[in-house]
Design a protein around this ligand. Structure first.
Ligand SMILES: [Zn+2]
Ligand SMILES: [Zn+2]
Length: 104
């Protein structure tokens, strides 16, 4: 299990794999910036500072198996109906379709 992090006033997302640390504005499935847009998973969202309103970036999410915070970078996690960190994905390697196995 990962250590419980103390959330500071400025909400910060830290990937447990690559240690990427970025501030985020929202965690959930329905970003307020995106009208009626529902994400496939609960995710950490940050408003895209380079885009006009309504644009946002998905930074990361929780691994559905171990609960670790992982960024959406393909080196840290994989999405196959749920989010998996690479560690869990490797452990359950055989449960994934070949197409996904290639990415693990
Ligand atoms: Zn990462
Ligand atoms: Zn995991």
């Amino acid at each position: 299990m990962e250590n419980k992090e103390i959330e500071k006033k400025v909400k910060q997302f830290t990937c447990s794999t690559c240690k990427l640390s970025v501030p985020y504005s929202y965690f959930g499935q329905n970003p307020p910036e995106a009208n009626n847009f529902v994400l496939l998973e609960k995710a950490y969202i940050m408003q895209d500072p380079f885009q006009s309103q309504g644009k946002f970036l998905v930074i990361g999410s929780h691994c559905s198996m171990c609960g670790a915070k992982v960024c959406v970078d393909s080196t840290c996690s994989i999405f196959y109906s749920h989010r998996f960190c690479k560690e869990c994905a490797r452990r359950c390697y055989k449960d994934f379709p070949v197409q996904i196995q290639n990415e693990i």
